[in-house]
Design a protein around this ligand. Structure first.
Ligand SMILES: Nc1nc2c(c(=O)[nH]1)N[C@H]1C(S)=C(S)[C@@H](COP(=O)(O)OP(=O)(O)OC[C@H]3O[C@@H](n4cnc5c(=O)[nH]c(N)nc54)[C@H](O)[C@@H]3O)O[C@H]1N2
Ligand SMILES: Nc1nc2c(c(=O)[nH]1)N[C@H]1C(S)=C(S)[C@@H](COP(=O)(O)OP(=O)(O)OC[C@H]3O[C@@H](n4cnc5c(=O)[nH]c(N)nc54)[C@H](O)[C@@H]3O)O[C@H]1N2
Ligand code: SF4
Ligand SMILES: [Mo]
Length: 728
């Protein structure tokens, strides 16, 4: 069977071998489980047997928390946390609770739509699936015939059914998949990966000392960290928080420093300086588990706390004290790496420094430190990019073959070199809103011969497409099993709470129907049902599927494991933790992080920084009726003193202008931000009239942000744009 798995195209026979009995997935058995739980007091009020309770997993953000959907008479009326799912510590956030509205929102996509007017003018006609799919297949073939198959790009973001979209790209024959990593965490993965061999997980629950910089866990929610940072370790742990804004995380922290944007690297290098100079590092750990410490010692010589103070605006005294406290708490200490690292063009080296700081005090593979990330293996077919080179090949030093770099990709499409890309398929991604410099994205789309978007709402990207295909929402789908990695890894999945409403369809069905129209060779890879796919994923261990059906989750162990890498080679070239990176040196990069100052704010301007709001997921949930009700538009945060100086009144409309765009939104004069920065929550100011509640409400940050890029990973850098503010 394994051999057949490795046969890339002929998966049909393989999948055909496994039986396909998922029929009768017993809702009854779930009710029994819930009743049992109710008796133990774990779940309250499970009485109504006429109702249906379905195990699913939240689709409102990347965390995929375990959910029980409660259905009465075919209507989903409530979503509750699945008590078997440990990662969310028994909670659902505001967005998770509002998921019901993704199904019943009048604005959801209901039917396939074909554009009739100019692109972006919003004239559509409803089409049958057959007509829409025939059109998409014909247009894809046209582009392929004219420009080769690499002439179609496939833009997508994470999700349970994204795999089928990537498989479709692969079978179609295009290497040009462009995923969200280069807008999000690519430099983080690179910096920590280069040091640890993989991206570790911080054991926030058990750490005694946590430093968070550029990570706002009380609003940008990552489970379980968001909860553990507050409640873990009996609330005894110390939290030091660095952010130019006073966020909700700052409110929960023991110490908050409004650090100068882009200077975190100075702070970290100075901490390393203190720890090395004062001999506070873990000598035996360094000898046994790391390479390159001897090179670090002279390297950090100039990075004194006094020097750093002038860069990051945190006093030398505080840097010294925090370094000593951190080292004293080690190894139960975490310099938290955050997630979105699309800040500055020094981000990979900054994350490298964070990793090195953790390493020298021995925070690795121990309780309360950085812990190897674990994942439960599921069978899949591996994505193997076709042999053509990616359009953006060679743009970043360590470009991911699967993710690419949105910024570089778009530039090359606009240049038309080294080859033309004229077709665009989009799945679960909204690049018009999520890639900096919206004007450029629209230009890139304008030169496409054909654009098709598969979404659940009429996103801005859908609005500028030729064909829009409605996917069923996560609550209406049977999805593949999904492995969530972490210190305690888990497998989760989704049963449909209800049948897809209107004419929406799951992505697997959409890919199958398109594949059929593109010929047997493509279709062969899609000739299976979701039930068969689930069986295939769990062939190596059928207990997984059994457990998923019974409890909605599968665990191999439920307590953290430490010390699993003792005596093992890590996935770095040396097999050890790499303080000095030979691989970076070979590629002409600084093998140890070197500080350079980011461009400073010119007089009369402000640095625009962006970030998350707890109610909204990127550019996605702003139109959700429940969430929109709480916050219908975003505001521009400006320091009160600056607002006074400019004569701008709180609540008045202001115009924000950068070199690439202009937006108008309401001013929020606040003490919660440094005077040299402004901030706006991401995801507002939509152009799509299909999003009736956020259409033209608030401002769109993507319209203002220039397209800087971090050269090692190809990640965008979003905090390097300066804006002027004036009354509107
Ligand atoms: N509610 C909610 N939760 C989410 C998401 C969501 O959209 N909504 N999205 C998920 C995703 S995809 C991601 S990537 C993560 C993002 O998680 P985070 O990366 O933690 O969140 P952000 O809000 O993007 O940025 C973090 C903070 O960095 C601050 N900051 C800006 N510049 C600097 C700087 O130079 N130095 C320092 N120290 N701080 C700076 C910003 O003010 C902001 O508060 O959240 C995930 N969780
Ligand atoms: N200016 C600015 N840009 C940013 C950020 C920022 O803070 N500011 N953050 C960056 C970060 S960290 C990230 S991760 C990226 C994220 O950027 P994207 O990957 O583009 O993600 P979203 O903005 O969440 O858009 C996801 C799209 O998928 C759709 N969708 C939701 N569920 C489903 C589904 O089940 N099926 C289908 N087919 N579609 C679905 C939504 O309606 C939405 O249109 O954005 C990045 N871009
Ligand atoms: S954090 Fe909130 S939105 Fe994200 S998966 Fe969990 S409940 Fe859903
Ligand atoms: Mo992200």
């Amino acid at each position: 069977m394994e051999n057949m798995l490795s046969k890339k195209l002929n998966r049909r026979r393989f999948i055909g071998l496994s039986s396909c009995a998922l029929a009768g997935v017993a809702v009854g058995s779930q009710v029994k489980v819930l009743r049992a739980l109710a008796m133990t007091g774990e779940v309250a009020n499970v009485t109504a047997v006429t109702e249906k309770e379905v195990f699913t997993s939240c689709g409102m953000c990347v965390n995929k928390c375990g959910v029980i959907a409660r259905v009465r008479d075919g209507v989903i009326y409530k979503l509750d946390p699945n008590p078997h799912f440990l990662k969310s510590r028994g909670m659902l956030c505001a967005r998770g609770n509002s998921g019901v509205q993704s199904v019943y929102d009048p604005d959801r996509l209901k039917y396939p739509m074909i554009r009739v007017g100019e692109r972006g003018a919003g004239q559509w006609r409803r089409a049958s699936w057959d007509e829409a799919l025939d059109l998409v297949a014909a247009r894809l073939n046209e582009v392929a015939d004219k420009y080769t198959r690499a002439g179609v790009m496939f833009a997508s973001s994470e999700g349970f059914q994204e795999h089928f979209f990537l498989t479709f790209a692969e079978c179609f024959g295009s290497p040009n998949t462009v995923r969200h990593a280069s807008l999000c965490l690519a430099s983080n993965m690179q910096g920590f990966g280069a040091t640890f061999g993989s991206n570790p997980t911080p054991d926030v629950l058990n750490a005694d000392y946590v430093i968070m910089s550029g990570a706002n866990r009380s609003e940008a929610l990552i489970t379980p960290d968001s909860i553990d940072m507050v409640t873990g370790n009996g609330g005894k742990r110390k939290l030091v928080y660095l952010d130019p804004r006073f966020t909700k995380s700052a409110a929960k922290a023991d110490e908050w420093y409004p650090i100068a944007p882009g200077s975190d690297l100075a702070f970290i290098l100075a901490m390393i300086h203190v720890i090395v100079k004062e001999g506070l590092y873990n000598r035996s750990f360094i000898e046994n588990r790391t390479v390159g410490f001897e090179a670090l010692v002279p390297h950090i010589e100039p990075y004194t706390p006094e020097w750093a103070e002038t860069e990051c605006e945190i006093s030398a005294e505080n840097i010294r004290r925090i370094a000593r406290e951190f080292a004293a708490a080690a190894p139960r200490a975490v310099y938290y790496q955050g997630r979105r690292s699309s800040f500055f063009d020094n981000d990979t080296q900054m994350r490298r420094a964070m990793a090195i700081l953790n390493v020298i005090v021995g925070n690795w593979d121990v309780k309360g430190g950085m812990v190897p990330t674990q994942t439960i293996a599921l069978s899949t077919h591996d994505y193997i990019a076709p042999w053509y080179s990616r359009l953006d090949a060679g743009t970043a030093t360590f470009l991911s073959e699967k993710d690419g770099s949105w910024k570089h990709f778009r530039d090359r499409v606009l240049e038309g070199a080294p080859y033309p890309v004229k077709g665009m398929m989009v799945y679960k991604q909204n690049p018009v809103m999520s890639v900096p410099n919206r004007e450029k994205t629209l230009k890139m789309m304008a030169q496409m011969d054909f654009i098709c978007t598969i979404d659940v709402t009429m996103s801005d990207t859908a609005w500028y497409s030729d064909v829009v295909l409605p996917e069923a929402t996560y609550l209406e789908r049977l999805d593949p099993a999904h492995a969530l990695s972490g210190i305690v890894p888990v497998v989760t999945y989704r049963e449909p709470a209800i049948e897809p409403l209107f004419e929406s369809k799951p992505n697997l069905w959409i890919m199958q129907q398109l594949a059929k129209r593109l010929g047997d060779e493509v279709y062969e890879s899609f000739d299976f049902t979701m039930e068969e796919y689930l069986e295939h994923q769990t062939t190596r261990n059928p207990a997984i599927l059994e457990s998923l059906k019974k409890t909605g989750v599968y665990y191999e162990w439920t307590e953290p494991k430490y010390g699993t890498t003792a005596g093992q080679r890590l996935k770095t070239p040396s097999g050890k933790l790499e303080i000095y990176s030979e691989r970076y040196a070979e590629r002409g990069l600084d093998p140890l992080p070197v500080y350079s100052r980011v461009e400073q704010v010119p007089k009369g301007k402000y640095r625009i920084i962006v970030g998350r709001h707890a109610f909204f997921t990127q550019g996605t949930t702003q139109n959700n009726p429940y969430l929109n009700d709480i916050m219908p538009e975003n505001t521009l945060w400006l320091n009160t003193r600056e607002a006074d100086r400019l004569g701008l009144k709180n609540g008045s409309k202001v115009r924000v202008r950068s070199a690439v765009g202009e937006e108008v939104l309401r001013l929020e004069a606040t003490e919660k931000i440094r005077p040299d920065c402004v901030y706006m929550a991401h995801g507002f100011g939509a152009m799509s009239q299909g999003l009736s509640k956020v259409y033209s409400r608030g401002g769109c940050d993507a319209a203002l942000i220039e397209d800087g890029v971090e050269p090692i990973s190809g990640n965008v850098s979003m905090h390097q744009t300066f804006v002027e503010i004036m009354p509107a």
